[in-house]
Design a protein around this ligand. Structure first.
Ligand SMILES: [Zn+2]
Length: 157
């Protein structure tokens, strides 16, 4: 919360106070913002604001978890759509059954992906070893689901 009515304590005043005493590069162009007089970068014009960051926020394992679930999910959705299109075009019940059967792993993987996104702040607070274990376990889960799906499709063909 900012208190714009209190002189010297608005967000832009606090930003200018910080930049009066520190060499901080513009996040867009890298220009040194020390002692600037406005809340825009004088070099590139980017609007600047004051934020709190954390060096503890390491998104690598969480992004890896999104990737190991998202990529197979995309593959399964693509396979289901192709099966649906071919099944409709050829009026082939087998292709339509396969496409319908792919909905089960698609729903499971989409649910995992939604959970990863919805509970991201909780996951970011986990201990490091647990954060690193998450993408590994999800990779194994994704591989197992994909292999089972491909195996079932192979038995049906
Ligand atoms: Zn700039």
């Amino acid at each position: 919360m900012t208190n714009e009515s209190e002189p010297g304590h608005s967000e832009s005043d606090l930003l200018k106070m910080l930049l009066d005493v520190r060499d901080i590069p513009c996040p867009v162009c890298g220009y040194n913002l020390r002692a600037i007089t406005s809340t825009n970068c004088p070099e590139c014009g980017a609007k600047l604001d004051l934020r709190v960051g954390s060096t503890d926020l390491k998104l690598g394992p969480w992004l890896a978890a999104l990737l190991v679930v998202g990529l197979p999910l995309g593959f399964l959705v693509g396979a289901a759509l192709i099966g649906l299109a071919v099944g409709i075009a050829d009026n082939n019940l087998e292709d339509l059954t396969i496409a319908g059967g792919l909905l089960i792993p698609v729903i499971i993987m989409a649910g995992i992906l939604a959970m990863l996104i919805r509970r991201r702040r909780s996951i970011w607070c986990w201990p490091r070893w647990r954060q690193l274990l998450l993408p590994l376990l999800l990779l194994i889960t994704s591989v197992v689901i994909t292999v089972v799906v491909l195996g079932v499709i192979g038995m049906m063909l």
